[in-house]
Design a protein around this ligand. Structure first.
Ligand SMILES: NC(=O)c1ccc[n+]([C@@H]2O[C@H](COP(=O)([O-])OP(=O)(O)OC[C@H]3O[C@@H](n4cnc5c(N)ncnc54)[C@H](OP(=O)(O)O)[C@@H]3O)[C@@H](O)[C@H]2O)c1
Length: 289
């Protein structure tokens, strides 16, 4: 069961699981779309959630993800630190194996390639809430003696052809106009297809503990623009590097290092960091379809 089946990440996990022949249920907040494979779940309703009896594994992917909302709306903290971990505890109590999805931002971005078990240093409210949510989930697993049925899987920035800045850049290049990527913004992007497949593999292996899924390189948006343009046959003169500082744009999460170390994850699962070239492959397939 994928909790948050309509999310960007959740949709890719449901697809990957079904491609592999698993039966995958998705949770939704939209009552009118409930059917045999779609289960109603809204963290903000008082009813305690129980998974259908046939469910053996749950991915807890849903979250309050908007950075601004996490800064300003107290309900975001309640969802991320209280309601979602409570649902994880309930799923563990029912005997399920659970993947709880978290983020590279819990490490703050000042240390290159943090190990799966490194200490956190969250900067922004979203990162603090995900970090606190991890702690609450772990405490529940300890209380229930269920650590061996829980993994916390942190992800770096996830892309497909609809994620900014790709659509804007491609549209500008089609018009023969230049784009202005930021040299001072660094990420270690991965494709949504990679994430779906990798999470399916981690689930099949019933792993526990902390796990990471990351791009293999920390790249600036300028380097990313060059990689994408070169693959699409776009003239590099249509890339005019700038910086967020020069443009006067405030960026909430601006890590020096974004990539996550995957030593433990690779040892246990065989899943390796996604090279930038493979991400570009997936983006090009996506753009062409
Ligand atoms: N996207 C990234 O680049 C990225 C990077 C690192 C980590 N992550 C993590 O990956 C996970 C998914 O991210 P995403 O970008 O795919 O998220 P998203 O597209 O913003 O989707 C969030 C999901 O959470 C659900 N949700 C929010 N509040 C809820 C509530 N009160 N009750 C039930 N469901 C609720 C939403 O339901 P509705 O569909 O009904 O709105 C939606 O399905 C998150 O845990 C995030 O922290 C994402």
């Amino acid at each position: 069961m994928v909790v948050g089946g309509d999310s960007f990440v959740g949709g890719s996990v449901v697809e990957a699981l079904r491609r592999r022949g698993h039966r995958a249920l998705a949770s939704t907040r939209r009552r009118e779309t409930v059917d045999a494979d779609r289960v109603f779940l809204d963290f903000e309703t008082p009813e305690a959630f129980r998974a259908p009896p046939e469910v053996k594994y749950a991915y807890l992917i849903a979250a309050a993800t908007n950075y601004d909302r996490c800064e300003t709306d107290p309900m975001a903290r309640v969802i991320n630190v209280d309601l979602i971990p409570r649902t994880v505890a309930s799923l563990l109590e029912q005997g399920l194996h659970v993947t709880f999805i978290s983020t590279n931002s819990v490490f703050g971005g000042e240390r290159p390639w943090p190990h799966e078990d490194d200490p956190h240093a969250p900067g922004i409210a979203y990162a603090q809430q995900k970090s606190d949510g991890e702690a609450v989930v772990l405490a529940a697993a300890d209380r229930l003696g269920a650590r061996d049925r829980l993994n916390i899987t942190r992800l770096t920035k996830i892309m497909n052809a609809t994620v900014s800045p790709v659509p804007g850049w491609v549209a500008a290049w089609k018009r023969g106009e230049a784009v202005e990527p930021f040299e001072d913004l660094v990420f270690a992007p991965i494709s949504v297809n990679f994430v779906g497949e990798a999470l399916a593999t981690l689930g099949e292996k019933r792993l526990s503990g902390n796990l990471h899924l990351s791009g293999a390189e920390n790249v600036s948006y300028v380097a990313f623009a060059h990689a994408l343009a070169s693959r699409l046959g776009v003239d590099k003169a249509l890339i005019k590097p700038t910086t967020s500082v020069a443009k006067g744009i405030h960026i909430a999460f601006k890590p020096r290092y974004s990539g996550l170390g995957m030593t433990r994850t690779t040892q246990l699962s065989g899943v390796e960091p996604q090279p930038l070239d493979r991400l570009i492959d997936d983006l090009v397939v996506d753009l062409r379809s």
